[in-house]
Design a binder for this molecule. Structure first.
Ligand code: B12
Length: 348
């Protein structure tokens, strides 16, 4: 068993990351259980060790230092650690039932799993439904039980329009809704826009769930701008826009003609993400959703050797197609302004 020389998860962090890097599940679990045995509360092991380590896993993937396989291995180990920690403590419920689920199309199940386990540790009877739960299935599930609250997770802002539909569906079942995850913005501003209670982290989620009046005290959604139908039109034209952007890339960036099937798949996926983030920004009427995404995407692509001119090309193509959509056109223009200068070399 790995000796834990410190009873502070923050001090154990570097060693834990090494275990993730080595894909050493046993050492990672031993370290977490060692902290529990040294008197560290389980909640701190989950939130001060596992959570920041997973954020670092994401940074290493983004910097192209870790492959997708290394990220998957590390995430699997973190999931095993979460199970081992809560299994070790084995909390028994004293409170009502809380259902925790990911939005439809959302595969980041570990962040809400951490929230679910913290709620469990605090006495709630938690049902964790995991990744991508279709709205209709979630609603029929809620009807079968006496549910105190439902907590919905969204890690990617491009899923916000779906999130909104799901929130509304839960509300129609008269179950109080709470949301969280990076997808609602670091300060939860897009949750406020959608008129739903938001918590920045697991402890705040637990406090909110204990205060039913606070959970229900939310301002109405502010989505009057959707009357212009721009969001719906963008969604309708998604496939056609991606096809024409691929054709335009082949014309304008000859290197893309030699792309392998895998490279082409990744390109189509990126072209779709650009439109999905644009549509989500139009949905919540906030250009910062799109500009933040453009900065993130440019960083990812430059690190992987994609030239700045090739990154900019689809944005120019989409800009021409947005001429009849004033809000989308404005958001796209701000996104283009956030693109890297064409002479910037890929980071090494
Ligand atoms: C593991 C991982 C995956 C795994 C998820 C597996 C799993 N079982 O969860 C897989 C491989 C599926 C995946 C896929 C993708 N991922 Co990913 N992923 C991650 C990674 C590395 C870790 C996630 C995690 O566990 N985080 C740890 C927790 C603790 O994070 P947290 O958000 O801070 O959570 C706290 C609060 O936000 C809050 N909270 C979170 N959820 C909830 C829910 C509720 C109800 C409440 C109240 C609070 C709350 O409480 C938490 C604890 O205090 C993150 C990096 C990161 N920084 O998170 C990227 C990351 C989120 N992924 C990213 C991307 C881009 C993707 C993909 C699009 C990649 C691709 N090209 O396919 C896909 C999208 C899949 C989809 N449609 O959902 C980007 C998102 C960037 C952006 N612009 O939005 C990130 C940030 C990586 C990066 N650095 O660029 N991913």
């Amino acid at each position: 068993m790995t000796a834990v020389t410190t009873a502070d998860p923050t001090d154990a962090y570097a060693g834990y990351l090494d275990h993730l890097a080595d894909a050493d599940e046993y050492a990672a679990i031993d370290m977490a259980i060692g902290l529990l045995d040294a008197g560290v509360p389980a909640e701190r092991v989950l939130l001060d060790l596992v959570a920041p380590a997973q954020a670092e896993v994401g940074e290493r993937w983004a910097r192209n230092e870790w492959s997708v396989a290394q990220e998957h291995a590390a995430t699997h180990i973190s999931e095993q650690v979460v199970a081992a920690v809560t299994g070790h403590v084995n909390p028994r419920p004293t409170g009502g039932r809380v259902v925790v689920a990911c939005m439809d199309g959302e595969w980041h199940a570990l962040p809400p799993r951490l929230v679910a386990e913290v709620l469990r540790l605090r006495g709630w009877q938690v049902t964790f439904l995991g990744a991508s739960v279709p709205a209709a299935h979630l609603v029929s599930y809620l009807h079968r039980y006496d549910v105190h609250a439902v907590a919905l997770a969204c890690a990617l802002p491009m899923r916000l329009p779906y999130a909104h539909r799901m929130i509304e569906a839960c509300r129609r079942s008269d179950v109080p809704v709470l949301v969280g995850g990076r997808g609602f913005g670091v300060d939860g501003r897009w949750a406020r826009q959608l008129g739903v209670a938001w918590a920045p982290d697991a402890p705040s989620a637990a406090e909110l769930i204990s205060d039913e009046r606070a959970l229900l005290r939310v301002p109405p959604a502010w989505l009057a701008h959707l009357a212009d139908d721009e969001y719906a039109s963008l969604v309708r034209r998604r496939g056609e826009l991606i096809d024409s952007a691929v054709a335009d890339l082949r014309d304008g960036v000859p290197a893309t003609r030699a792309y392998t099937a895998a490279q082409l798949d990744a390109t189509v996926s990126d072209l779709g993400h650009i439109l999905d983030f644009l549509a989500a920004a139009v949905y919540v009427d906030d250009a910062s959703l799109f500009t933040e995404f453009v900065e993130w995407l440019s960083g990812i692509l430059l690190t992987r050797g994609v030239p700045a001119t090739a990154i900019a090309r689809p944005f120019e193509h989409y800009a021409v197609a947005m001429r009849d959509f004033p809000r989308a056109e404005r958001v796209l223009a701000l996104g283009r302004a956030a693109l890297p200068a064409a002479d910037r070399r890929p980071a090494r």
